[in-house]
Design a protein around this ligand. Structure first.
Ligand code: UD1
Length: 422
């Protein structure tokens, strides 16, 4: 496969309507959850992105039959788990793949998986997942490049305190606990909408879960789970990226299919910056006519501003008047994109986990590199307002999390084209 680059000619004002896809971070846990039942699970509104394909391949190696019933509908069935060891070469490419560990542990009492890969945005340990599995009675061992988790006598519900409300950590423990004996309480659980989506699917499968969306989740283990049909929630990060695209270009974009209740922190910040936001059932319209003001931004767990929108917000703030501060509070190394933004002329410096941005700065097209999914999105946003042409290399990252971003942006009037990198 040849690498691609994205060629963006800046200067267009984005106008029109864009349809949001299903959420990557809700689809991947739902796919892993299908492992918990021998019956079929049908997932609707699944985005057509590289990470979904990767998770499908991992599940197939474990015995899952994955069928595409339509452009956004997947049917997954694991009548029998044929392997409890996830393949290292696939797992190293995706953080969410570690969720198969919780699901396999729940269904089979054992799992083996390499420490997962994913975006390079900090240390990203998995200690909270592993200590949670231990609390449920599993033995955790590191064997070479693999982590082996076993509970030959079955899992027993327990009280688990997460020192930090880890999203995948919460989901992994939910997947393991739904078939454990007795009650599990996850304290300081993550409360992201993607957790609620997973809980809803598990409940439809027959699980007993209360409190998803709050900081305490209680799970009463059941003996077996059935199949179900689940609709994946809209991608609030993709929706947020288009909202920022509208604001940065001084445009007027209706983001259809978005769930405004999942985007409240971003909506507040966009209004503070000076954009107009209208919310309707299933849509958000973002416009900007006047200049933007500098603001302070903190990326924190939900319902605060999502860390996945931290880099896109920084791109936006290069066009705001005054000095903005962007504090990353979730990951320890998520400001690497600052160097790439500077290549476009942005006046931005980072110190520790804070970026300081002076604006407004006229940006000028340059050659840059997408370092991960969200920094790639930030560079696209900056390129939309840069004078001239920007070439973004390593855009394979973008395809992991955004469905046809270039096509959607072109429909709004932007000049964004994928080309084979020579
Ligand atoms: C998920 C999302 C990612 C998002 C992030 C935070 C998926 C597939 N990915 O990642 O897009 O940016 O939530 O909203 O849903 N931590 C530990 N020990 C652990 C687990 C995490 O110390 O065992 C730390 C991490 O290093 C990080 C913080 O907790 O500093 C938050 O990470 P976490 O919520 O786990 O992020 P992910 O679930 O990996």
């Amino acid at each position: 496969m040849r690498a691609e680059r994205l060629v963006v000619s800046g200067g267009a004002t984005l106008r029109g309507a864009v349809q949001v896809s299903g959420a990557k971070n809700a689809a991947l846990p739902a796919m892993a959850a299908s492992l918990l039942s021998a019956e079929p699970c049908v997932l609707e509104n699944v985005p057509d992105i590289v990470d979904v394909g990767l998770m499908a391949r991992i599940l197939e190696t474990l015995g899952t039959r994955v069928e595409r019933l339509g452009p956004t509908t997947l049917r997954l069935q694991t009548e029998e788990v044929t392997s409890t060891a996830a393949p290292n070469d696939l797992v190293v490419n995706q953080r969410a793949s570690f969720l198969v560990t919780g699901a396999l542990l729940g269904r089979c009492g054992r799992a083996a998986c390499a420490p997962p890969g994913g975006d390079v945005i900090g240390q990203r340990p998995i200690d909270l997942h592993l200590s949670g599995f231990r609390s449920l009675g599993a033995e955790v061992e590191r064997r070479g490049a693999r982590i082996s988790v076993q509970a030959p006598g079955g899992l027993r519900g327990s009280r688990i305190l997460l020192d930090y409300p880890s999203v995948l950590g919460t989901q992994n423990l939910m997947l393991a606990a739904v078939l454990a004996e007795g009650t599990t309480t996850i304290i300081n659980a993550a409360s992201e909408p993607e957790i609620v989506c997973l809980a809803e699917m598990l409940r439809r499968m027959g699980a007993k879960i209360e409190g998803a969306g709050t900081q305490v989740i209680r799970i009463q283990g059941v003996e077996r789970l059935s199949g179900t049909t689940q609709t994946i929630i809209p991608d609030r990060i993709e929706a947020g990226t288009f909202a920022i695209a509208a604001a940065i270009t001084g445009g007027d974009v209706e983001i259809c299919g978005a769930e405004p209740r999942h985007m409240e922190a971003l909506i507040c910040k966009l209004q503070e910056v000076g954009a107009q936001v209208e919310e309707r059932e299933g849509a958000v319209r973002v416009r900007r006519t006047g200049p933007m003001r500098a603001v302070s931004v903190q990326a924190v767990p939900y319902p605060g501003l999502a860390t996945d929108l931290q880099a896109p917000m920084a791109a936006l703030l290069t066009q705001a008047t005054g000095v903005s501060f962007v504090h990353e509070r979730v990951f320890d190394n998520r400001l690497l994109y600052v160097g790439e933004l500077r290549k476009l002329g942005a006046e931005v410096v980072s110190a520790g986990t804070t970026a300081v941005i002076s604006g407004p700065t006229p940006l000028v097209g340059a050659t840059v590199r997408a370092l991960d999914i969200r920094s790639g999105a930030a560079l696209v946003l900056a390129a939309l307002v840069a004078q001239g042409t920007t070439e973004i290399y390593e855009v394979d990252h973008l395809a992991r999390g955004y469905e046809e971003m270039d096509v959607k942006l072109r429909a709004l009037g932007a000049s964004v084209y994928r080309e084979q990198a020579s």
